[in-house]
Design a protein around this ligand. Structure first.
Ligand SMILES: [Zn+2]
Ligand SMILES: [Zn+2]
Length: 173
């Protein structure tokens, strides 16, 4: 089924597909920034009563923190529904692209963070990626210190920035 976002009757289909791709990629990148800030300012503060379960040993297959994974699902479902079954046009195209970007980021986060880094899925083969090994190492620092890096995919850069800041402070002292 072709979603309303790319209805064959719409003008400028190639332009529409290109722009949707651009919006989708931008959404994925913005989601990492949003996740970083939400993790730092909300999960480690107002929602700590839920997120704390993720920083303690898990006692069953699930943890209270898993509920936080559902935060971004409703807007993504609404946007994808609008882009798939709503009136064809630019609103449908943009809604589809943003909804798909949020879903893609959510899936990548689930696979890499919960599946790979925390070993909840049999994804050991991802060890072959040097970048993912760095992402895992940086996230383990977050768990050990309950401090930066708060981002997942940007974790290695965040960690490097934190260490550089510490070095600068050490030189000044
Ligand atoms: Zn974690
Ligand atoms: Zn945390």
């Amino acid at each position: 089924m072709i979603p309303a976002a790319f209805d064959p009757g719409l003008p400028d289909l190639p332009l529409r597909v290109g722009l949707a791709g651009l919006v989708l990629v931008s959404t994925v990148l913005l989601m990492e920034g949003w996740a970083l800030r939400a993790h730092e300012r909300v999960w480690h503060h107002a929602l700590w009563f839920l997120h704390r379960s993720h920083h303690r040993p898990r006692t069953g297959p699930f943890e209270a923190n898993d509920l936080l994974a559902l935060v971004n699902a409703p807007p993504a479902v609404l946007l994808l529904s609008r882009g798939t079954w709503g009136n064809p046009g630019w609103v449908a195209t943009l809604a589809w692209a943003v909804g798909a970007g949020i879903s893609l980021y959510g899936t990548a986060y689930l696979v890499v963070h919960d599946g790979y880094v925390h070993g909840r899925l049999p994804l050991g083969f991802l060890d072959r990626s040097a970048w993912l090994r760095k992402v895992r190492a940086a996230h383990r620092v977050h768990h050990a210190d309950e401090a930066a890096p708060f981002g997942l995919f940007m974790g290695p850069w965040e960690l490097e920035a934190r260490r550089a800041a510490l070095r600068r402070r050490g030189q000044e002292a």
